[in-house]
Design a protein around this ligand. Structure first.
Ligand code: 5RP
Length: 217
C-alpha cells in the first residue's frame, strides 16, 4: 500500500506569509496547497508563484469551485496547479467540466466533501469518471465541538470501497494519523497544525515519522 502523502494547506491572507511557511516546510512536503483563503485574498497568481518556486512538488489550487468548472479549473491548471478542488454541492456538469479541463492540461480534479452529500451521489460521481475526493470536516463544524472518530473512518472506508483516492483534512493533528492506519489514504492535509507549530519543519518530520510507522512501503 502506498504511503500517504503530506500536504500543507496555505490558508494565509498574504503570499509573503504563505511563503514564510513554505520556506520552512517545503523540504518535508509532498504537496503544497494554495488554500482557499490565500486564493481569495491574493488571487490566482499565488498558484503561479508556488509552481515557480516549487517545481517538484504537487501543487493544489483549493478553489472549491461551485460553478464555471471548466473555466476555473482550466485557469488554475494554466497557472500551474496539478490538482484543483470542486465542491461536492456543485452540479455534476460543473464537476465534469472541471475534470475535463484539468485532465486536458495533465491535471486532476478533486471533489471536496463538505456538508450534505451521500454515498449514492458519490457512487454516481465515480460513474462520471471522478477519481479523487477530499473527506473534509469543516473548520466551523470542528469549532462547534466536532472531532475525528469512528464515524469519519467508516465514511472514508466507504469512499475507498467505491474506488476513490481519498485525502482527509480538517483540523487534523499528528495524533489523528493512527486512526487511519491500514487504509490507503491518498494525502493527509494539514494547515494550522503545521503552519502554526513552533518549529514547522520539525512538526512536519513528526507527521512523516508517524505516517511511516503505520504505512511501510
Ligand atoms: C478549509 C480548508 C483547509 O485548508 C483545510 O481544512 C486544512 O486546514 P486546517 O488543518 O487548518 O483545518 O480547506 O476549508
Amino acid at each position: 500500500m502506498a504511503r500517504p502523502l503530506l500536504q500543507v494547506a496555505l490558508d494565509n491572507f498574504s503570499l509573503s506569509e504563505a511563503l514564510e511557511s513554505t520556506l520552512l516546510l517545503a523540504p518535508e512536503l509532498d504537496v503544497i496547497e494554495a488554500g482557499t483563503l490565500l486564493c481569495l485574498a491574493t488571487g490566482a497568481d499565488s498558484i503561479k508563484a508556488l509552481r515557480t518556486l516549487y517545481p517538484n512538488n504537487t501543487i493544489v489550487a483549493d478553489l472549491k469551485i461551485v460553478d464555471a468548472g471548466g473555466e476555473l479549473a482550466g485557469m488554475a491548471c494554466d497557472k500551474g496547479a496539478d490538482w484543483v478542488t470542486v465542491m461536492c454541492s456543485a452540479a455534476n456538469a460543473t464537476k465534469v467540466n472541471a475534470m475535463k479541463a484539468a485532465t486536458e492540461r495533465g491535471g486532476e480534479m478533486q471533489v471536496e466533501l463538505f456538508g450534505n452529500w451521500t454515498l449514492e451521489e458519490a457512487a454516481e460521481w465515480r460513474k462520471l469518471g471522478l477519481k479523487q475526493v477530499i473527506y473534509h470536516q469543516s473548520r466551523d463544524a470542528l469549532n462547534a465541538g466536532g472531532s475525528w472518530g469512528e464515524s469519519n473512518l467508516n465514511m472514508v472506508k466507504n469512499l475507498i470501497d467505491l474506488g476513490f483516492e481519498v485525502s482527509v483534512t480538517g483540523g487534523l493533528t499528528v495524533e489523528n494519523i493512527s486512526l487511519f492506519k491500514g487504509l490507503p489514504v491518498k494525502c493527509f492535509i494539514a494547515g494550522r497544525s503545521l503552519r502554526n507549530a513552533k518549529d514547522p519543519a520539525a512538526e512536519a518530520r513528526k507527521w512523516k515519522m508517524e505516517i511511516a510507522k503505520y504505512w511501510q512501503e
